[in-house]
Design a binder for this molecule. Structure first.
Ligand SMILES: NC(=O)c1ccc[n+]([C@@H]2O[C@H](COP(=O)([O-])OP(=O)(O)OC[C@H]3O[C@@H](n4cnc5c(N)ncnc54)[C@H](O)[C@@H]3O)[C@@H](O)[C@H]2O)c1
Length: 371
């Protein structure tokens, strides 16, 4: 097992551990009893994860006399909204929770964001534990305390900062992940590598087969490495005034692609992959990024099985959706671009037509790219 500590620069937020290892869900009861003195836990999970891992998680908690409540929602990004939050409040409030009840998010990033939002708001805030079961949630969404929901106007527009008290990643749960979800998680790892760490990039490139087959040793190293990168950035800037925005490389384009697809068409990681390609092309124009680096990004995403082009996209609609991004200031788009690997910059004066061209550059057919 690997453990990464997250220590935010605030005396009001407790430091927390991220534990990464196979079989961790079987230990969740004793861990929560010892570390948090938990007596009641509410497991919030989705309809795919519940049949796989809810009983195991509940058994571990009940094994140390923790009272367990559970609530489920329909799996998928389309449920990450105010309606589901309302249903969860309706489910939980009559069950007489007090402020010591611990909310556990069991599942992917959608469960983490939704359950975290419930934990941030119910009874003005409950302790919160992340138990990510997707690679994407393990390497990204479960760390850093951003919680929230989508709105028809845009992705993640409603939310809060609410740090978990503990993150428990059971790598054994990745065995049931569809291949597509492993690819989506790798998209965020590729993002971390490009914004921060060329050595991580080489690691992903050389160990890709072991990662895709979820080899436990390689996966443990990948997850702990990415959590470390995310933790370092969040520790520098917990409330995204500055460096934390680097983590949005590819995301302003990606969120717009998700919004235009009404949260059905593309998985989050797929939208981020396309967004990184657009951002890299724009970085060539705006910051002189070497085109060989864009080619390296596209080659890796292709090998992972992530989309790097989107024939028939509606560039106008995507451009409009980008205007609702939270990072924009005074109506100007703020984009994370790259001058080089591990040299991200936050740029807010990109001409609209260059942004438009970067979106349009994804609109190529297979024949046009020679693939
Ligand atoms: N809060 C943050 O900092 C942050 C960072 C990155 C992403 N996110 C959010 O995370 C979400 C994407 O997360 P995701 O990709 O994990 O999506 P997800 O939660 O929808 O999970 C993807 C799919 O995998 C299923 N699943 C989960 N674990 C499984 C398992 N072990 N075996 C089989 N199936 C399993 C889920 O039911 C779902 O169908 C987006 O909403 C995104 O905005 C948040």
């Amino acid at each position: 097992m690997e453990t990464v500590q997250v220590q935010l620069p605030s005396h009001t937020i407790a430091p927390y551990s991220v534990r990464v290892g196979a079989g961790q869900l079987g230990e969740i009861g004793p861990t929560l009893r010892t570390d948090l003195d938990a007596r009641t836990c509410v497991i919030i999970t989705d309809s795919n994860v519940a049949p796989l891992y809810l009983a195991r998680t509940a058994a571990s908690l009940e094994g140390v006399d923790i009272r367990v409540l559970a609530a489920q929602f329909a799996a998928g990004e389309a449920a990450k909204n105010l309606r589901t939050v309302g249903e969860l409040y309706d489910n939980l409030l009559p069950r007489r929770l007090d402020r010591n009840a611990v909310i556990i998010a069991l599942g992917g990033g959608v469960a983490g964001d939704l359950a975290g939002f419930i934990a941030a708001t119910l009874l003005r805030g409950l302790p919160f534990v992340q138990a990510p079961t997707t690679l994407l949630a393990a390497v990204d969404a479960s760390v850093g305390g951003k919680v929230g929901i989508d709105h028809a106007a845009g992705k993640n527009l409603i939310g809060a900062f609410h740090q978990p008290r503990l993150v428990i990643t059971d790598l054994a749960t990745f065995k049931t992940l569809p291949r597509r979800e492993i690819a989506c998680g790798l998209a965020e790892c590729v993002k971390h590598a490009f914004i921060r760490d060329g050595a991580l990039l080489s690691f992903i490139e050389t160990r890709l087969d072991s990662l895709i087959s979820c080899d436990p040793v390689t996966m443990e190293k990948l997850v702990a490495w990415n959590v470390q990168i995310k933790a370092e950035i969040v520790e520098m800037d917990p409330y995204e005034k500055n460096q934390r925005a680097w983590l949005n490389f590819g995301h302003t384009f990606g969120h717009a692609l998700e919004t235009v697809g009404q949260y059905h068409a593309l998985q989050h990681g797929e939208a981020v992959a396309l967004g990184m390609v657009a951002a890299a092309r724009l970085s060539e124009k705006r910051l002189g990024l070497n085109s060989a680096i864009t080619a390296r990004l596209i080659a890796l995403l292709d090998r992972i099985g992530l989309p790097t082009r989107l024939p028939g996209l509606d560039a106008g609609a995507i451009f409009n959706a980008m205007k609702t991004d939270k990072k924009n200031r005074d109506g100007a788009l703020r984009l994370v671009l790259l001058a080089d690997i591990a040299r991200p910059e936050i740029i807010s004066d990109v001409p609209a037509e260059q942004v438009f061209q970067a979106i349009e550059s994804l609109n190529v057919t297979e024949t046009a790219t020679g693939h």
